[in-house]
Design a protein around this ligand. Structure first.
Ligand code: MN
Length: 324
């Protein structure tokens, strides 16, 4: 290729990249009044729904459903339609068509339904937008196979390299940018969520006494966004052995999260939980090696008070090496 052709191609790719980012970033201004009203409604929407696996004593926790939120009534759903993963390397996931209660949740897996307040969600979005446009911000990763991921990603604290499947300080699979640290507010929200989750099921902590998140991977999914079946397995050996928890925030459109305790074989049924904006999902201890996928994003399902380009933002917090 001539130098000129290479320059033109590079410029075209840069332009496409900026366009994609612009799609994510150009949103209307926050409507302070609508946000305050949403916060007020959230404060009165008690009790908070939390869902965990039945505990070992045989006591079956019933999911508490928040009546004011229609999205919460089918807290755990499965569908009969086959869904294809984003990662071409993995198999198709087929789910059963039965509504389940808590039985499919694994010990050490807790869903805090609608936990984050609207203001907290908007703050996370605003921060993600600011960081996302800065050096080391959102990019579209490419698998080792050459296939593009069906999401945009930004890593904070440490960079997760999709090609080597290891953490590093600078993103050697893209532009060598150093990754920014986690905003303090984000870590505080993650710790607050974890405290609530461990009160529901202490098994989320594994063998860790506490957890201070030092890594956050932010994924942005558009309506066709997907993430194939995988295990979050690249933190330190100690973190994996001790079952140090993963804390996951969902913001924006409703999405389907498939999960199972092993890689599904053939067309094996996989339970799916529908995650809505403000949900916090925690998995640790015996559930740390949960096999999971993001199988579907429902378009036009984000609340009107949330100022964010259509899609779903997912923040996952981890501690690379357990501090205690
Ligand atoms: Mn994951």
């Amino acid at each position: 290729m001539t130098t000129k052709a290479a320059r033109i191609l590079a410029k075209k790719q840069q332009h496409e990249h900026e366009l994609e980012l612009d799609l994510f970033l150009s949103t209307a201004e926050v409507d302070a009044q609508a946000l305050a009203a949403a916060d007020d409604a959230h404060a009165h929407a008690l009790p908070l729904a939390s869902i965990a696996a039945p505990d070992s004593l045989g006591f079956q926790r019933q999911p508490q459903v928040n009546a004011s939120s229609p999205a919460a009534t089918n807290a755990i759903v499965t569908t009969s339609s086959p869904v294809t993963n984003g990662d071409p390397a993995t198999a198709t996931v087929t789910a059963t068509n039965t509504l389940t209660q808590t039985g499919d949740f694994l010990p050490g897996m807790v869903l805090l339904r609608n936990f984050l307040t609207p203001s907290e969600q908007q703050q996370l979005v605003n921060d993600a937008q600011e960081l996302g446009l800065s050096h080391g911000g959102f990019y579209k990763p490419t698998y080792a196979s050459g296939a593009k991921c069906r999401l945009h990603q930004m890593c904070l604290g440490k960079h997760w390299n999709v090609v080597t499947e290891q953490y590093e300080q600078a993103r050697s699979n893209f532009d060598s940018a150093q990754v920014p640290p986690l905003p303090t507010l984000w870590s505080e929200l993650a710790v607050k969520s974890l405290d609530a989750a461990r009160a529901v099921d202490p098994r989320v902590m594994g063998d860790c006494k506490s957890m201070k998140p030092d890594i956050c991977v932010v994924n942005y999914y558009k309506k066709a966004g997907r993430n194939g079946m995988h295990v979050d397995k690249d933190e330190s050996e100690e973190a994996m052995t001790m079952g140090s928890p993963v804390i996951s925030f969902s913001i924006g459109c409703v999405a389907e999260f498939a999960f199972i305790d092993h890689y599904p074989v053939g067309h094996e049924a996989v339970p799916i939980v529908r995650l809505v904006t403000g949900d916090v999902l925690v998995f640790g201890g015996p559930a740390r090696k949960l096999v999971h996928a993001l199988t579907r994003v429902y378009p036009k399902t984000q609340p009107s008070w949330l100022r964010m380009r259509a899609g779903r933002l997912n923040f996952t917090f981890r501690e690379y090496k357990p501090s205690e």
